[in-house]
Every structure is written in structure tokens, then in C-alpha cells.
Write a protein that binds this ligand. Structure first.
Ligand code: PLP
Length: 402
């Protein structure tokens, strides 16, 4: 395992920034500029040729964005990082970078809805195929690999069922076959899981979620364990497809990131208290949380994650009607997609984030109509639990009256 220069708690605050070269400014300055001027034509020529260090144009690099990239590189144990305008811009950049017409991408049994949408476009337009399989053992993964497979793209825990992928098994098979492994680490954040330390080649994040943590930025991050590959990505797909992060969003992210460890500790502590409450609630049929000892892959969870995270999915007794009545009865907890914010959010995957997945597929993935997903925020758990309790009660009474 690669050793960090600093502990993560220190790196999220200091890494990649030197105040001495920024007029002693404590906070990272916001370089809100599209372009940079050269002192003469030769300097411009040299920068373009890569013979002299320096900025050219913000799509090719911006000092505020660079600080964020340096920081992310460190906390995900990589050798290089790139910031994008959204999580999906990071997903599309790495998939375009790794594939060509005729290739195959092997995916975990669940992947983010838009990642699935992108893979469908790639299949239709460029003949790049994909398949979704369970990845708990090496045998399962071996069997799913095709001669055309160039990369394994996975999420763990999988949204919203919290099913886990066995990272050790994936990396073992991939390295035997010479296949690259890409992990969407959005759900865990770098604080709870570091796939590069386990042998993954690339890690990506929707920075919109825990990294920023304040629900006011859409962004993406890609970290790689090979410096040259990240440099290549920067010079090619990132520059030419252009899905870069704005300096202002990088500035907000640097601000949000400083408290990642503090926030994650509280998200986890709150999630554990809510889990204990839900386990006793009679209107709850089934709970999905990685660090719940009754989780079918609890052994994998404790091996590859430091804690179970801030997301809990659960099925309410009944079906869609009961789930929606419960959600409507909440008052403090907001009905919204996205996750990782200070506010506790609840959503109904079957009709929202996974509505585009055909019902038959949803059933196979374990996404029933009674399933809701809770992103536990940073409020006091007494307030959250009393909101949940009154909503279960209110929904029950309302449905009895009908
Ligand atoms: C939100 C999310 C994405 C997409 O990120 P955007 O920032 O919305 O583009 C990708 N993967 C996961 C797991 C997500 O939760």
C-alpha cells in the first residue's frame, strides 16, 4: 500500500496548496479566468510545446482546479487526478479513454443509471458492449470475462441495494487478465474506502455528493494510480471532450472537502442510530446497510470499508402506495435525489433514480416498489428519528382511512 505524506485529515486541509506562491493567502484563491496571458510569443510557443510550465487556457488547467486535483490525488492514494464538471463527465472520460469499437465493459450488477445510459449509447453507436454481473467470487468474475473485455467498471456498495462487490476478487482476476479496473467510489467517499490501495487502476467520484457535502456543486473527480495515464487523459479526452470543472466549483469543493472526515464521522454515527431505530420499527420489512451484521456480504464490507457509510435503504411493509405515503408524511426529511448533504434526503428508487430501468431488471437487482433510500444527514438524530416515527404512524393511519 502506498503511504500518504500526510494523514487524510491533514491532507484534505493542506495538500497541494502553498500559500507562499499565492500572496500568503490562507484560503486557496479563486482564479476566475478563462485564459492566461503570455509575456511574449515565444513563451506562448513554449507553453504549448510543453517546454515551459505555466497556464494556457482554463480548459487545459486552472490554478484553483489544480489544487483540488492535487488534494484528491493524495486522499485517494493515486499518482494523478483530474476534475470534471460532473460525475458523469468523469465517467464518460474514462470510458471513452479505455475503450474502442468492438470492446466489452464488464460492470457490477448495479451501476449508476446514467452510467448505464452512457453504456447503452456506446453500444448502439460504437458497438462497445457491456454486461452486468454479480462480483462476489473470482469464479463469477472469470466466467463473465470475454475476449473483448478491456475494463471492469464497478460500484461498491451498489446503489440503492447496498450489495457489495468483492474488490480483492475483482483485482485478482483483472490483474491475471491484464484488464483495467475502474471503481465509482461515490457512495463511500475516500474516507471510508480507497480502491487504489486494493489494486484498482482508477477511482472516480461524483464530487456532488460527499466530497462537497453541501448540496451546492455538481462536479466529478477521476484519480489514477499511473501518472502518465492521467497526463494522457488530461491532454486528450478531457481537453477534447471538454467536460472540465469551473474554477468556482473547485473553490467551493476545496472548502467543502476540508471537513470531509468530520462530516463522514457524523454521517456514519447518525446512520448507526437510525439503523437501530429502523430495526425495531414494525413498518420496516427489510434493511440494507453494509455494516449491519445481517447483511449477506458483511464479511466483504468489513474487509474493504472502514465504516458502513451514511446511506441506508429499506423496504416498508406494503408496496409503492405505502412507501409514498410514508415519504409524504415526513416533514424534516426532504424528498430529493442526490446524497451526502448536510440535509437528510429520502428518495424512491423504483419511481425516481431507477425509473428508467425496466421493472424486470429492477426486480433482478432487488429494487422493489416498497424500497426507499435514505441519505442520513448531519442533523441531530433525535429530530430525525422523531420525524421518521411520526411519518410511519401518520402513513399507517392515512392508509387505514382509505
Ligand atoms: C450521482 C452519482 C453519479 C453521477 O454524478 P453527477 O455528479 O450527478 O454527474 C455517478 N455515480 C454515483 C454512484 C452517483 O451517486
Amino acid at each position: 500500500m502506498k503511504k500518504q505524506n500526510m494523514k487524510m485529515e491533514t491532507a484534505v486541509i493542506h495538500q497541494g496548496y502553498d500559500s507562499k506562491v499565492h500572496h500568503d493567502s490562507l484560503a486557496t484563491p479563486l482564479y476566475q479566468t478563462s485564459t492566461f496571458s503570455f509575456s511574449n510569443a515565444e513563451e506562448g510557443e513554449n507553453r504549448f510545446a510543453g517546454n515551459s510550465e505555466g497556464n494556457i487556457y482554463s480548459r487545459l488547467g486552472n490554478p484553483t482546479v489544480r489544487v483540488l486535483e492535487e488534494r484528491m490525488k493524495e486522499i485517494e492514494f493515486g499518482e494523478g487526478a483530474l476534475a470534471f464538471g460532473s460525475g458523469m463527465a468523469a465517467v464518460s472520460a474514462i470510458l471513452v479513454y479505455l475503450t474502442k469499437a468492438g470492446d466489452h465493459v464488464l460492470c457490477s450488477r448495479g451501476i449508476y443509471g446514467c452510467t448505464f445510459g452512457l453504456l447503452e449509447i456506446m453500444q448502439e453507436k460504437y458497438g462497445i458492449t457491456h454486461s452486468l454481473v454479480s462480483m462476489t467470487t473470482e469464479e463469477e468474475i472469470e466466467q463473465a470475462i470475454q475476449p473483448e473485455t478491456v475494463c471492469i467498471f464497478l460500484e461498491t456498495p451498489i446503489n440503492p441495494t447496498m450489495e457489495l462487490v468483492n474488490l480483492e476478487a475483482v483485482v485478482a482476476v483483472a490483474s491475471r487478465r491484464g484488464i483495467q479496473v475502474v471503481v465509482d467510489n461515490t457512495f463511500s467517499s475516500p474516507y471510508l474506502q480507497n480502491p487504489i490501495c486494493m489494486g484498482a487502476d482508477f477511482v472516480l467520484h461524483s464530487a456532488t455528493k460527499y466530497l462537497n457535502g453541501h448540496g451546492d456543486v455538481v462536479g466529478g473527480i477521476l484519480v489514477g494510480k499511473d501518472k502518465e495515464e492521467i497526463a494522457q487523459l488530461r491532454k486528450t479526452v478531457q481537453k477534447d471532450m471538454g467536460g472540465i470543472m469551473s474554477p468556482f466549483d473547485a473553490w467551493l469543493l476545496l472548502r467543502g472537502l476540508k471537513t470531509l472526515h468530520v462530516r463522514m464521522d457524523r454521517h456514519v454515527a447518525n446512520a448507526k442510530k437510525i439503523l437501530a431505530f429502523l430495526q425495531k420499527e414494525r413498518s420496516v420489512k427489510k434493511i440494507f446497510y453494509p455494516f449491519d451484521p445481517s447483511h449477506p456480504q458483511y464479511d466483504i464490507a468489513v474487509k474493504q470499508m472502514r465504516e458502513g457509510g451514511g446511506l441506508i435503504s429499506f423496504e416498508v411493509e406494503g408496496g409503492k402506495k405505502e412507501a409514498q405515503a410514508f415519504m409524504n408524511a415526513l416533514s424534516l426529511i426532504k424528498i430529493a435525489v442526490s446524497l451526502g448533504d448536510a440535509e437528510t434526503l429520502i428518495q424512491h428508487p423504483a419511481s425516481m433514480t431507477h425509473a428508467a430501468v425496466p421493472k424486470k431488471e429492477r426486480d433482478k437487482m432487488g429494487i422493489s416498489d416498497s424500497l426507499v433510500r435514505l441519505s442520513v444527514g448531519l442533523e441531530h438524530t433525535d429530530d430525525l428519528i422523531s420525524d421518521l416515527a411520526q411519518a410511519f404512524e401518520k402513513a399507517k393511519l392515512e392508509l387505514q382511512e382509505i
